[in-house]
Design a protein around this ligand. Structure first.
Ligand code: TMP
Length: 225
């Protein structure tokens, strides 16, 4: 049975206490810096965590990542793209995420299912209902407890990426401005549809301000209560 795009998905959360947090945003939004920050806070608080990324995070996933991001693979079809991202995610879920959480460890991931909705769904125009079915199968319906969306205007993100020469960019980063704008709008639409899961931060602001807001709206509310 397919759901309408506007319906909120039903989420089956795992019944153990560790939190599963994903970080999302367009390329150049500054996810890694915020993840570094959360990793520091968790270490200081003595909370065990595992940090991973998508595509990748396992031996198999890292090999899939090379194919996905290789600019020489420009002929990749959008269905093949969805399935490769999903293959990497299935491997990461089964091999790493579920077992870490069962041991009581937090999991911080640089991207998860929402990246497929934003990039392949909104960016490439792939049908969102179909994507949702594929994702539910891919992750056995595991969804992040919270998703931190670093929302950033395209100019700021591009100028952060622009520090690198254009030929240095991966296959997805080489997409044009319109594509990245669609991805940004897609992320915002996803966040609007699930405000209880998404925490949206304005990542165009100076880094110290983004970190301060993250501390107040996430750390103080969810952890240091
Ligand atoms: P990264 O550079 O943040 O590690 O992500 C790799 C690239 O892959 C980035 O441009 C976003 C893109 N991507 C998708 O298009 N779909 C996905 O499902 C994921 C996880 C990433």
């Amino acid at each position: 049975m397919t759901r309408s795009r506007r319906d909120k998905p039903k989420h089956h959360r795992l019944s153990f206490p560790a939190k599963f947090i994903s970080f999302e945003g367009i390329d150049g939004c500054g996810k890694s810096t915020l993840m570094d920050q959360l990793a520091n806070w968790l270490t200081t608080a003595g909370i065990p965590f595992l940090r991973t990324r998508e595509p990748g995070g396992t031996n198999i996933g890292e090999k899939i990542r090379q194919i996905l991001l290789d600019p020489a693979c420009s002929e990749m079809s959008s269905r093949a793209e969805v399935l490769l991202y999903s293959a990497s995610r299935a491997q990461l879920t089964d091999q790493v995420i579920v077992s870490a959480m069962k041991k009581g460890s937090w999991v911080l991931t640089d991207r998860f299912v929402d990246a497929t909705f934003a990039y392949q769904g909104f960016g490439r125009g792939f049908d969102l209902d179909r994507l949702r079915i594929i994702q539910e199968w891919t992750t056995k319906d595991l969804w992040p407890d919270r998703t931190v969306l670093l929302d950033c205007d395209i100019d700021t993100a591009m100028s952060r990426l622009g520090a690198r020469d254009g030929t240095d960019r991966d296959r997805i980063e080489q997409e044009d401005r319109i594509f990245h704008q669609k991805v940004r709008n897609g992320y915002l639409a996803l966040a609007q549809n699930e405000p209880e899961r998404f925490l949206v931060l304005d990542a165009s602001k100076p880094l110290e301000e983004v970190i301060a807001e993250f501390y107040e709206r996430f750390w103080l509310v969810e952890v240091a209560r």
